[in-house]
Design a binder for this molecule. Structure first.
Ligand code: ZN
Length: 504
């Protein structure tokens, strides 16, 4: 008997490759074999499929069954193959016509009682299927909204095994879940107005947002470093449609249910104990995305940055430079986008209190110095803005609580500044000041007025050549926020102070 075939998708990073699922029923002793480089979750698939078929009273052959996933060289992971395996089995047992499987991609996990469960990475899998010319897809009913984010697909949702075979015999399948059944993403009401005082630090966050500069916040515990970092995504512009699709695909792969495109910049804040794989992605055979990818087109916040291991910091270098993570394994190489805005925060010493007047810090000066140096040079080299924060005095606090500006107002200025940059940098194929190469800054764009001041700082050894580029980038962002056509001497002065972490 010819084997029955169904189609599924293997994900390598975010890239989808078509997988042909063959089921062959032989004769002899009952034994089910699954071949074609499966991982553990997939190896257990045959047990789920058997149990689900039995629960649906569809049975499993008492003859030997071979399930072959090809191409055999491609590593395969996850539980989403279940549905294509039972579909091929159904065709082999003549529960549905072979033709019903020919041009369909069937994705879904089975529970032991025959229900169809949501799967990780549905969105990138369907994007992959579409790229390979498949437009007809069967997905878990609970994920029909996620599937609908891929334009131009004919989507059928199924919620259990009998429904799958009904669809394969020409039935209509499930209705999409009503909007209120889909868990809403928690719309955290966090606003810049919640942060009392810290006018300078808020300004630094605004400049960071406007030019997409990396930011380092220094200060004792409790001054609001985390509060400010959390509020940075809220003042960034919406993602473009293609960014939104990429961000949604990454978060789908990480196991989040996507009911609507993620159109706001994401935020990731890995703990300093996070392993390197948790930070940049990894895993034994097929890698999964790390925090740097979950922060793609958004903000990666490293609180207590000096507490991260040197290994973890080192792992951030490549994504900071290239905007992506490449994870090579014997079986396959996965690529994950990881273009994020870095925000780091640090206490002034291990106990956090050395900069606080009257506090009892016992850290020796040598420890304090070493603490600051724990963040490696190559990472610091990428940071344009250093901002020191200190505690508010009570009287200031009361005044500060009254005078607050909402995130929406800041976001408007950020967006206007971004638009100016996009127009100016279009001819270089760039979008934001932070990405402008030094040579363009120094030769193609006009130099700010008062540049002698920067040259002075270089001559006196206070600023490196790389530092000059950072100051120029920042000066442009400050000018863009001020709606100026070119940075003035004052903008340059502000930029120089921000770069050095001085008070304005
Ligand atoms: Zn201390």
């Amino acid at each position: 008997m010819n084997p029955a075939r169904a189609w599924s998708v293997a994900l390598i990073g975010l890239a989808g490759a078509m997988v042909e699922v063959e089921v062959h029923i032989g004769c002899g002793l009952p034994k089910t074999t699954l071949v074609g480089l499966p991982d553990t979750a997939l190896s257990e698939s045959k047990e789920r499929c058997k149990a689900a078929m039995a629960a649906a009273k569809l049975g499993w052959p008492s003859d030997p069954v071979t399930i072959n996933l090809s191409p055999a060289t491609l590593p395969k992971a996850g539980s989403h193959y279940d549905l294509s395996i039972v579909a091929a089995m159904g065709a082999a047992k003549e529960l549905c016509p072979n033709e019903a499987l020919a041009e369909r991609v069937i994705l879904g996990e089975l529970s032991l009682d025959g229900r169809v469960r949501p799967v990780r990475g549905l969105l990138p899998a369907l994007l992959g299927a579409q790229q390979h010319g498949f437009t007809n897809v069967v997905v878990p009913a609970a994920q029909m909204r996620e599937a609908a984010l891929v334009e131009g697909l004919a989507i059928t949702g199924v919620s259990n095994l009998p429904e799958l075979f009904d669809v394969l015999r020409g039935g209509a399948g499930s209705c999409p879940p009503s909007p209120d059944e889909v868990a809403p993403t928690p719309d955290a009401k966090i606003d810049m107005a919640d942060v009392a005082g810290q006018v300078e630090a808020k300004w630094a966050v605004e400049v960071a947002a406007a030019g997409r500069h990396h930011l380092y916040l220094h200060g004792p515990p409790g001054v609001g470093k985390t509060l400010l970092a959390e509020r940075l995504p809220g003042i960034l512009p919406d993602l473009t449609p293609s960014e939104a699709l990429a961000v949604s695909a990454i978060h789908s792969l990480a196991g989040r249910q996507i009911a609507a495109l993620i159109h706001r910049p994401p935020y990731a804040n890995p703990h300093h104990n996070a392993t390197v794989p948790a930070l940049v992605g990894g895993g034994s055979r097929i890698a999964s995305p790390g925090a740097v990818s979950l922060a793609h087109r958004g903000v990666l916040f490293l609180d207590e940055a000096p507490e991260f291991t040197p290994k973890a910091m080192e792992a951030l270098r490549v994504p900071l430079e290239s905007g992506q993570v490449v994870i090579a394994r014997a079986a396959a190489t996965a690529v994950y986008p990881a273009s994020f805005q870095l925000v780091m925060a640090a206490n002034p010493c291990p106990c956090g209190m050395s900069a606080t007047p009257g506090a009892n810090c016992q850290c020796p000066p040598r420890v304090i110095r070493r603490y600051a140096e724990r963040v490696s040079g190559p990472i610091l080299d990428r940071v344009d803005i250093h901002q020191h924060m200190r505690p508010l005095r009570a009287s200031f606090l009361r005044a500060a609580l009254r005078a607050t500006e909402r995130s929406a107002a800041v976001a408007e200025r950020v967006l206007a500044a971004r638009q100016r940059q996009a127009v100016r940098l279009r001819e270089y194929g760039l979008l934001t000041n932070a990405e402008v190469p030094g040579v363009v800054l120094r030769r193609s764009l006009s130099l700010p007025a008062g540049i002698e001041r920067v040259e002075d700082a270089v001559n006196r050894g206070q600023l490196s050549a790389r530092g000059v580029d950072k100051v120029l980038r920042l000066a442009w962002t400050v000018a863009d926020l001020a709606q100026a056509d070119r940075p003035t001497a004052e903008h340059l002065h502000t930029a120089l102070a921000m770069r050095r972490g001085e008070e304005l």
